[in-house]
Design a protein around this ligand. Sequence first.
Ligand code: C5P
Ligand code: C5P
Ligand code: ZN
Length: 464
Amino acid sequence: MTEQMENIRKRAGKCAEVIKSQKSVHVVSHIDADGLSSAGIICTALERAGIEYSTRFVKQLDETTLDKIADENPGLVIFTDLGSGMCEPMKARGIRAVVSDHHRPQGELEFPELHLNPHLFGANGSYELSGSGTTYILASALGKNRDLADLAIVGAVGDMQHLKMGQLTGINREILEEGVEAGVLRHKKDLTLFGKQTRPIFKLLQYSSDPYLPGLTGDEDACIEFLKERGVRFSKEERWRRWIELEAPEKQKLVSGLVQYCLHLGLPTYKIERLVGEVYELLKEREGTEMRDASEYATLLNATARYDHAEIGLAVCMGNREEAYEDARKLLAEHRQNLVNGLVYVKKEGVTELENIQYFNAGSEIKETIVGIIAGMSSTIVSNRNLPIIAFANTDGGIKVSARATQDLIRRGVNLSEAMEKISAEVGGAGGGHDIAAGATIPEGTRDEFTQKLDSFIGNQLKK
Ligand code: C5P
Ligand code: C5P
Ligand code: ZN
C-alpha cells in the first residue's frame, strides 16, 4: 500500500467509527455516474452494517440546499462526490457531516474533521481518485466491502479519470487491483470506442467522437461499407454482431484496418493511439449488458440521474436487474438521442472564439444537466482544440456554465476549477470542480461580463 493510501485509510477509519455509532444517517450525493456509484457504495455498506439511511441527490451543493438539509435536522450527513467546496457553510449551519469527495476543496478545510478527499493527502482528485473511489475507501473501513471496487471504477471512468494516461493511475489503480484480486474486475487493452457490449459494430464507428473518424463518424452507410470491405459479416440470423461476439483475429484485423484508415487520412498519431486503450470489465455482470463495461455502465447511470431519476440508477447500482434496469435502459435511449440532438445544435449554431476561450449558448435547447457532457463531446467538432470550451444553458433563476479543457491546456497552466470559482463569484454566482472540467451557476444578465472576465483570467493562467 502506498503512503497516500495508508493516510487516507487512517482518516477513513475515523469517519467509519463515527458512522458506526449512528442508528441512521442521511446520504447526499451528486446526480452523475460518479455520484450514483458513490451512493451505491455507501448505501450498500450501510445496509451491510445494519445502519438505516435516507438519500438525496442534488445538481450541486449550494447554500439553499444546505438550508433545507439543516432544517430537516437529519443527524449525521454523509456527503459523497460533493461537499468539499462547502465545508464552511456546513459548519455555519451546524450540520454534522462526513464529506467523501474529490473536488478541489475551497475555504477552511479543518471542518469537518471527517473530511475525506484526495487533495488533502497530496493526490490529484481529477484523475487519481474519484468520488466513488474515495467512498469505496470509506466503505472498506466500515466492513468487508471489497466487492464494491467495481462501482468505484465505474465512477472513475464516468468522470473520465482513465483518459489522462490512457489507463487508471494513482490510488484508482490500487483500487482496481483490489477489485481484480476480489474477482470482480478485469482490465485489458482493447478498442476504446463506446458500446462494445451492447451495440452493433457499425454503431461504434458511427458514433465515434474521440477520435473523430472523418468519413465514418455520423455516416451509417459508410460505416457498414467499411466493415463489409474488411470482411466483417452479419451473424447467421442476419443480425449485426457486437464487438464482444467477434473472434480475436477479426478484432485485430478491424483495429489495424481502422489504424490504417486514420493514417491514410493523415490524423495525428496521438489521436490514432486513442483508438486502443485500457478498458474495464465488471465480472459479476452478465456479458452483453451495459453493466459489464465500466464506460457503458457509467453512461447508463448518467441517463437516470441527470433526468431526475437518480433513484433508478441507485437501484441498479445496488443490484436491481429487473424493473429498475429496464427503466434505466429506456432512459438511456432518450439520453442518447438528447446527446445527438445537442451536438447537432452546437454544430448548427457554431462556437464563438475569443482570444483565450470559445463558447456556445444552448439557451433552453440543451438541458443544463447534460450541457457539460455535450461541451466535452463537442471538442471533436470545433475547429480549434487549443481553447477551453465554455457552454451556457438556462437554469431556474440563472445561467448554468459548463467548462471543459484538454490535457494540453492543463499543462500550459489552465485550471478551470479556479477560474470558475473566482469569476463566478465576481458576478455573484458560485462554481468549482476540477482543473479539466468545471462548472458554475451565475445570475441572469451576467453572461457577457462573465465571458469577458473569464477570457482574460484564462489568458493570465496561460501567461504564468
Ligand atoms: O462532479 P464530477 O467530478 O463528478 O464531474 C466531473 C466531470 O468532468 C464529468 O462530467 C466528467 O465527464 C468530466 N471530465 C471531462 N474530461 C476529463 C475529466 C473529467 O470531461 N478529462
Ligand atoms: O455540470 P458539469 O458537468 O459541467 O460540471 C463539471 C464539474 O464542475 C463537476 O465536477 C461539477 O461538480 C462541478 N460544478 C461545480 N459547481 C457548479 C457546477 C458544476 O462545482 N455550480
Ligand atoms: Zn466525481
